[in-house]
Write a protein that binds this ligand. Sequence first.
Ligand SMILES: [Zn+2]
Length: 257
Amino acid sequence: MISDRQNARQWAAATWEEVQGLDRARTVAILPVGAIEAHGPHLPLATDVVIAEAMARRGAEMLAARGVQAVVLPALAYTVADFADGFPGTISIRPTTLTTLVTDVADGLARHGIAALAIANAHLDPAHLAALHAAVDVGPIPIVFPDLTRRPWGSRLGAEFKSGACHAGRFEGSVVLAERREWVRQEIARQLPALEVSLAAAIREGKPTFEEAGLDRAYCGDPAAATADEGRETIETLGGILADAVIEAGVVAVPEP
Ligand SMILES: [Zn+2]
């Protein structure tokens, strides 16, 4: 919904005087973190950016509804994506670059008195997740990072996600359909056979690339089953995970209901 998009405060669209006017000691800034990475023959390279931005926006709205001021930062599009590096279009950066960048962004927020940083992330490359956790460990302000591969967060998501077949399939395709229908090659998606390969299991077995994990076209799961309705439900769940993580972390004051 258009109005939903406008409800979340956007750091990029704010003026400095508007930021000055925030109750910054009670404000959490949300950083969407995505990737530029192959997502099957049917989804855009920026799929994880689209998902992270939707999670951030919905999370900010849910926090606002609970009396917590949240502002959505411009998304970080580049990250570690070595699993997909064999596919044209993927741009992978070093883990240390990501950790430093997130830490520096947190430093900038800290200098201006923002209470906490929250990370909205749906890119699950293990080296990427480790680099984000490294930033959490050294952040100058509290950094809240609900890692979807850890308890309790991932258990709220659908069956495909929990099966580990969670790259460019039904789960991710549904969110992109809900957010950017025009970026989905639906005529291709409808033809793709389901591929029940667990990327999570392949990662545990130490396989370092999509090719070795059996994702010959950089997807697994069931792309043809994606729907915009499921995408909207998934965005509700992702936003709820982010909002709950911020509130449970106790990093900003929450008004009594
Ligand atoms: Zn993805």
